[in-house]
Each structure stands twice: as C-alpha cells, then as structure tokens.
Design a protein around this ligand. Structure first.
Ligand SMILES: [Zn+2]
Length: 123
C-alpha cells in the first residue's frame, strides 16, 4: 500500500478513535452519574442498575473498538496494515474503506467467525 493510502487510513482511524473515545466518556458518565457506591442493594435502584449495566456493556464494546483501532494504527506504523493476518494476501481497499480496522480479508474473516476461536470485534 502506498504512503498516500496509508495516510488516508491513518486519518480515518484517528477520526474513529476520537469518536469512540468520546462515546466511552459519555457512556461512563451516563453509567456512573446517578449512582453512588453502596446503594446497589436498594430495590429502588434495580432499574437504574439495569441501565447502568447496559451502559457498561456498551462501554466494553467501545473499548474493544478502541483497542482494534489502536492495533490498526500500530500495523500502519509497522507496515503490515492492509495485509491479511491469516493468509498474507492484500485486503481489498473497498473492505478497508468499510472496515478500516480489518485484520483479515473477507474469506479469512468468514472462516475465523465460523471457527469462533478469535476475538475479532465485528462492526
Ligand atoms: Zn486472508
């Protein structure tokens, strides 16, 4: 992949990173705001607990995305970005445009998902 394309994806990934980090902040604020520690066992709090759990779970998803973006940015620096981590073929640019964090081409991604032994956050 040429430097111009790499720069393009780097920009794309950094924009996504900023957005996901902002999401995490918002979600954590929403999750933690109405709660004080030590009121968990109150029955009245059960509804709040549910929404807090949802928010925390969303936060986990966002964190996984941030990790995936971080890794993609590292691969750009290492020079392995855009190469399938499984078969070594180039990942089509159209796929990277759609999923800039993609580590595998579509074929390998499908295989890995079928095997289910790799934690790849799917978008
Ligand atoms: Zn592959």
């Amino acid at each position: 992949m040429d430097a111009e394309k790499l720069a393009h994806f780097k920009k794309l990934l950094k924009e996504q990173l900023t957005r996901h980090l902002a999401n995490i902040k918002t979600e954590q604020a929403a999750a933690l705001d109405p709660m004080d520690d030590g009121v968990k066992d109150s029955v009245d709090m059960s509804l709040l607990d549910v929404s807090r759990e949802t928010a925390l779970r969303l936060g986990e998803r966002e964190s996984a995305m941030v990790a995936a973006i971080d890794q993609a940015l590292m691969r750009i620096d290492e020079g392995t970005y855009g190469t399938c981590a499984r078969c070594g073929k180039e990942i089509p640019l159209a796929r990277l445009e759609a999923v800039p964090t993609a580590r595998y081409d579509a074929e390998c991604q499908t295989l890995i998902e079928q095997l289910g032994d790799e934690e790849t956050p799917s978008l």
